[in-house]
Design a binder for this molecule. Structure first.
Ligand SMILES: C[S@@+](CC[C@H](N)C(=O)[O-])C[C@H]1O[C@@H](n2cnc3c(N)ncnc32)[C@H](O)[C@@H]1O
Length: 316
């Protein structure tokens, strides 16, 4: 399909040690930025990632292109892309040393980015934000900027978005954390204050939730921190009080439990005004959860997901 090809600017980074396991990464990375090598394309820091990261970026960017082109003439040029947990813009695959563009740089290099009024990135790590701003400047992307922002402080992030966008237009918000630590109040506040928002959330259901959820349901008194974390993430404690959840944790499969967890998230999204949902599994790691208050969003999402990542891979 035309336009489905994404240029990741893939290059081999010969200084990547490759195959660093979790233990080794404690020495070789700081806040997931590699200490051993810088980017071979611009000599700036790179984020150490697993091989599946490119798949996530691929699906996000497919949606971004279809959404932006489809909506550009309907909002008088007031379309914004906002990413929370932006990373530094360049990644290195720890398995094979392949270096490639992260979500943020793929967005600003996409031909559709010229139709956006504002492209705003947030990350709580100063070095990450500084690095990303250097990459944005190098590309002369005048509608883009990275800011320090902590997802635990939703109002600060909303203040900055409103300052930049004047609270006008249609917004695509992508939230890309590594686990289920993002409080639901972030989404609630964004929807309340920014109004016209579609969300894509990296939902760490196949790692974080998979490992911890059964024990949290069955032994909540000894797993209070985990229960608190998921209650904050889901935006309610209905999940832990649901008899079906308790029965499934006792007798059901992990897949059934994951489905109930995801359903609870959708319930919270419904309460803040969303009616169209879907999700795209990214291997055995996470789901990209999509939420829109308009059926056009889901049509775009289905169209975007009809384009397979494997086709992209085989073109390299
Ligand atoms: C999975 S990475 C982002 C990767 C990036 N979106 C990409 O695909 O190229 C997660 C990012 O979240 C940031 N982060 C972690 N905790 C955060 C918080 N409380 N608020 C904002 N950002 C946070 C980290 O610094 C890291 O850069």
């Amino acid at each position: 399909m035309k336009n489905s090809r994404i240029d990741f600017n893939t290059q081999w980074n010969s200084l990547c040690l490759k195959k660093c396991n979790k233990e080794k990464r404690k020495e070789t990375t700081q806040d997931d930025l590699c200490r051993e090598t810088l980017s071979i394309s611009d000599n700036l820091p790179v984020r150490c990632v697993g091989g599946w990261a490119m798949q996530k970026i691929f699906h996000l960017i497919q949606y971004f292109g279809i959404f932006t082109i489809g909506m550009k003439s309907k909002w008088q040029g007031n379309i914004n892309y906002i990413e929370i947990c932006s990373g530094p813009g360049r990644c290195v695959n720890r398995e094979n040393g392949e270096e490639f563009n992260g979500t943020s740089i793929c967005i600003i290099e996409h031909q559709a980015s010229e139709y956006l009024k504002k492209i705003l990135f947030f990350d709580y790590n100063e070095k990450v934000v500084d690095t990303l701003n250097k990459r944005i400047s190098a590309r002369n992307a005048i509608n883009a900027k990275a800011y320090i922002g902590d997802y635990n402080k939703p109002n600060d992030i909303c203040d900055k978005i409103i300052e930049e966008t004047k609270g006008v237009g249609l917004n695509l918000v992508f939230i890309d954390p590594t686990d289920c630590s993002v409080p639901f109040t972030l989404l609630k506040k964004i929807k309340e204050r920014i109004k016209n928002v579609d969300f894509i959330v990296n939902f760490a259901i196949r790692t974080d939730v998979n490992r911890n959820i059964r024990n949290a349901v069955l032994h909540s008194e000894t797993h209070q921190n985990v229960v608190k974390k998921y209650t904050t993430f889901l935006g309610s404690n209905d999940f832990f009080n649901n008899p079906k959840v308790i029965e499934t944790a006792n007798k059901g499969s992990q897949q059934d439990l994951r489905k109930l967890f995801r359903d609870e998230y959708m319930n919270s999204l419904k309460k803040i005004g969303y009616s169209h949902f879907d999700f795209k599994p990214i291997e055995n790691y996470y789901d990209l959860v999509f939420a829109s208050s308009h059926e056009t969003g889901i049509k775009f999402w289905s169209k975007a997901n009809a384009i397979g990542f494997d086709g992209q891979r085989s073109l390299f």
